[in-house]
Design a protein around this ligand. Structure first.
Ligand SMILES: Cc1ncc(C[n+]2csc(CCOP(=O)(O)OP(=O)(O)O)c2C)c(N)n1
Ligand code: SF4
Ligand SMILES: [Mg+2]
Length: 312
């Protein structure tokens, strides 16, 4: 029988895969904290980061089993603040990078963090395709209804009338509805949360993480600097209302989810939609297995050579 040893988790990323026979202590927040966050004091993103540490600690995910990927924006600075593998990638391209990681490293928990601009504006196209392909990963969109990093431009979620550097007379264009967009694009887990309710947000992140497919949590996260008070109506501490998705809501019912999404602000919070559908990961693996079987006598480099020869 194999021996079970207990060792302390190292404070830094460890080299090599963990042996399943080695039991380790879960990581602590102290071990996960990297650079001091450069966000403005009071920014809603702090809460999301704190809960991400908590999630990793609670679910006993080891350093080498988690990766944090982001695009560009205040919210997208996330990977810098987590002592684990991560990538601060190109504006709006976090999902394409994360897709590559997810498909090639099925053993990892792939988390993507970013803002409303990164997700729905410059990255909107990637969001749609990652959703329809159902690539396995968890995406937390910190929605502050504004471009924070670049100091107050209108974003796709800014409400009509919002005055910004790009709309000094107030935004005129109809904002997108993140929930409706995600549901119709094909995301198989769609939830809504707010950074002012940490307990609820953590539970949404956990449920998203446990989902086998593309899971998205839109998290209202106030930009205290360029859009203060944006979400007061959703914050009971500011006399607002936090309404959880009704218990009898059927999360597999797409139309019912769409209806919930149509409620006026502050709307509902919780899981709007969740369904099982084959993931891109499973589909790709099936193709690889079938093709590999046909050339099982060949080494990887020979398969590659053949592919190149075919392109000549
Ligand atoms: C290709 C490209 N276009 C534009 C920019 C400038 N830019 C950086 S962040 C950003 C918007 C960020 O807004 P959001 O994603 O909502 O993040 P927040 O800062 O609000 O968290 C823009 C337009 C850029 N870095 N790269
Ligand atoms: S500018 Fe806004 S989004 Fe950026 S760190 Fe400051 S409060 Fe947060
Ligand atoms: Mg933003």
């Amino acid at each position: 029988m194999s021996q079970v040893t207990t060792v302390d988790a190292a404070p830094r990323i460890e080299a090599g895969p963990a042996s399943p026979e080695v039991e380790r202590k879960p990581l602590t927040k102290k071990q996960l904290v990297a650079e001091r966050p450069t966000w403005c004091p009071g920014c809603g993103d702090f809460s999301v980061l704190a809960l991400y540490y908590k999630l990793i600690e609670k679910r006993k995910i080891w350093h080498e089993k988690v990766t944090t990927i982001a695009g560009i924006g205040c919210s997208s600075r996330f990977p810098y603040f987590v002592q684990a593998h991560g990538v601060h990638y190109i504006h709006g391209r976090a999902l394409s990078f994360a897709t590559g990681v997810s498909l090639t490293r099925p053993d990892l928990h792939v988390f993507v963090f970013g803002g409303d601009g990164d997700a729905f504006s410059i990255g909107g196209n990637h969001l749609n395709h990652t959703a329809r392909k159902n690539v396995r990963m968890t995406y937390v969109i910190m929605d502050n209804y504004v471009y924070g990093l670049t100091k107050k431009q209108t974003s796709p979620t800014s409400p009509i009338g919002f005055k910004s550097k790009t709309d000094d007379m107030g935004a005129a264009d109809k904002p997108i509805n993140p929930m409706k967009q995600l549901i119709s694009a094909g995301a198989t887990f769609v939830a809504r949360a707010t950074s002012t309710d940490p307990k609820h947000l953590l539970s949404m992140m956990e449920r998203a993480m446990d989902h086998d497919g593309f899971s998205v949590v839109e998290c209202l996260s106030e930009c205290i600097e360029f859009y203060p008070g944006a979400f007061d109506a959703a914050n009971p501490r500011k006399a607002g209302v936090f309404r959880e998705v009704p218990e009898d809501h059927d999360v597999t019912d797409e139309l019912a989810a769409y209806e919930l999404a149509g409620a006026p602000f502050p709307g509902w919070f919780g899981v709007f939609y969740q369904n099982e559908r084959p993931t891109k990961n499973a589909n790709e693996q099936r193709i690889v297995d079938v093709k590999r079987e046909k050339v099982k006598e060949l080494a990887d480099w020979q398969i590659m050579q053949r592919t190149f020869d075919m392109l000549k």
